[in-house]
Design a protein around this ligand. Structure first.
Ligand code: THU
Length: 129
């Protein structure tokens, strides 16, 4: 298992997911070399739930500021397997601008697979900075 997936698995243990019971964790490495994690945090008003990926990305922005760029990001949900949801793909793209090769790592049939954000979200809506 990749180093980032192991960190994401640790973060998943912190999840607040009393409704879905999906304990999701994310770990990312920035272009600057920082490592940040996040878990999903649900709410009784379901739409207020924040995914693990966006939680990790917002941690990274808080620490490194608005120029933060994602180099690699891993997501894991023990007992389930899925890539980042559509909303999170859009936010990953926002912080991968000029770095279409940002790597997204997730489990598929028990094995880590790696996709670029450009593969997961082709022709993304972005406003050039
Ligand atoms: N979830 C994530 O944290 N990341 C995703 O990419 C997909 C879904 C969370 C949101 C919610 O708490 C639970 O998983 C079920 O949708």
């Amino acid at each position: 298992m990749s180093d980032l997936l192991a960190l994401a698995e640790q973060a998943a243990r912190q999840a607040y997911a009393p409704y879905s019971k999906f304990q999701v964790g994310c770990a990312l490495e920035t272009v600057a070399g920082g490592i940040y994690t996040g878990c999903n945090v649900e709410n009784a008003s379901y739409g207020l739930t924040i995914c693990a990926e966006r939680n990790a990305i917002f941690h990274a922005v808080t620490a490194e500021g608005p120029l933060m760029k994602i180099a690699r990001l891993a997501v894991i949900c023990p007992g389930h397997e899925f890539p980042p949801c559509g909303a999170c793909r859009q936010v990953i793209a926002e912080f991968s601008q000029a770095n279409d090769l940002a790597e997204i790592i997730f489990l598929h049939q028990g094995r880590p697979v790696t996709r670029t954000i450009a593969e997961l979200l082709p022709e993304a809506f972005l406003i050039p900075s």
